[in-house]
Write a protein that binds this ligand. Structure first.
Ligand code: HEC
Ligand code: HEC
Length: 302
């Protein structure tokens, strides 16, 4: 950098390199100055308008801004716009679901698919905890995706199950409650044989007689298959409501299902209660039908 300045009048800063490269003291161009001021004004505006400046009082708080803006409010506003849009778009379908009966809904393919498509979240929130995703069932909670129904797989029957709930009743030790331990053992073997298609074998004659004596047929049907769905399990298939384990089966026959004494479950009885949903679901007039159509679609609807 030279100390001698050969261009004293051109307004340079006196910084000179390589003999003649000078730093001039010109004002910045107008466009640049305007952007600079605009940027500055924007910063001041933002700082006042939005929550910005941390307070030094150690509370982790900050200035709130004059607009009252928060990220969560913005999210709620956007969400409302989306929701209003959806309500508007699907209003006619929702109205149809509300006004038509489930039987009518089943005849309208488009409405049926709409009901199924809009059921998944509802099913996840209210049903999956017991019946598992897709109706796959859990131990002690029946599979909904097969065609083995306790209470019937017709659309009206499924709807009734959802509205009022269901609770199977099986008395302990036969309909009259008078089976001995030996008889319970024999009928347990017979029931297992039934599920294996061997109910007619002579080896199970004793158990078969107990099946008649205990009036099991009143609910489970003369051949182990209920004549009409009223909550009793089909004993001839491989679908076990509780377990295929012999001890569990024997326990069910010994202590029954949902047996109460003085309003309390007796010890050992198998509990099996499907809650009523007419008051549990939001918007039940529509959502019960929606879910009934969904359950029916899972594969086993009749
Ligand atoms: C607290 C657990 C629980 C919840 C939650 C529940 N269920 Fe159930 N559900 C049961 C039980 C237990 C049974 C079997 C009742 C019986 O054994 O008689 C059942 C039975 C049923 C049946 C009859 C099955 C048949 O074979 O006839 C249907 C249909 C059904 N549930 C659908 C639903 C739907 C849809 C929902 C969600 C709205 C739901 N359940 C929520 C426990 C539950
Ligand atoms: C009043 C009707 C009724 C009578 C009588 C009855 N049951 Fe049941 N049984 C039921 C019901 C209801 C269930 C439970 C179904 C459910 O909730 O899943 C059931 C369940 C069972 C199960 C469990 C099935 C499974 O899939 O896990 C067996 C085994 C059984 N009964 C055997 C018998 C035998 C043996 C007798 C006669 C000694 C008998 N039941 C008498 C109604 C009856």
């Amino acid at each position: 950098m030279a100390h001698h300045n050969p261009w004293p009048d051109e307004g340079n800063t006196g910084h000179i390199w390589d003999e003649d490269i000078r730093e001039l003291d010109n004002p910045p161009p107008l466009w640049w100055m305007l952007s600079f001021y605009a940027g500055f004004i924007t910063i001041v505006f933002y700082a006042l308008y939005y929550p910005t400046i941390p307070l030094t009082n150690g509370t982790g708080q900050f200035t709130k801004g004059v607009a009252g803006w928060t990220a969560i409010n913005e999210y709620h506003d956007d969400y409302k716009v989306l929701k209003d849009w959806r309500v508007g778009k699907f209003a006619d379908k929702e109205e149809k679901l509300a006004s038509l009966s489930v039987t009518e809904i089943m005849k309208d393919d488009e409405l049926k698919s709409y009901a199924v498509a809009t059921s998944k979240v509802l099913y996840g929130d209210y049903c999956a905890a017991c019946h598992a995703a897709g109706g796959a069932g859990n131990p002690n909670f029946p599979v909904l995706a097969d065609d083995d129904w306790l209470w019937g797989g017709g659309i009206k029957q499924i709807e009734a199950t959802l509205i009022n709930g269901r609770m199977g009743n099986m008395p302990a030790r036969g309909l009259m409650g008078n089976l001995t331990d030996q008889e319970v053992d024999d009928v347990t073997d017979y029931v297992i044989a039934l599920s294996e298609g061997k109910g007619g074998d002579a080896a199970y004659a004793a158990g078969k007689a107990v099946y008649t004596k205990g009036m099991c047929l009143a609910c489970h049907g003369p051949a182990g298959k209920p004549l009409a769905p009223a909550g009793a399990a089909n004993l001839t298939d491989h679908v076990w409501r509780f377990s295929s384990d012999r001890d569990t089966i024997k326990n069910v026959i010994t202590y029954g299902v949902n047996v109460k004494k003085n309003g309390e479950y007796i010890e050992g009885t198998q509990k099996a209660v499907m809650p009523a949903f007419k008051e549990r679901l939001p918007n039940p007039e529509v959502n019960i039908k929606r879910l009934a159509v969904y359950v029916h679609s899972l594969g086993g609807g009749q």
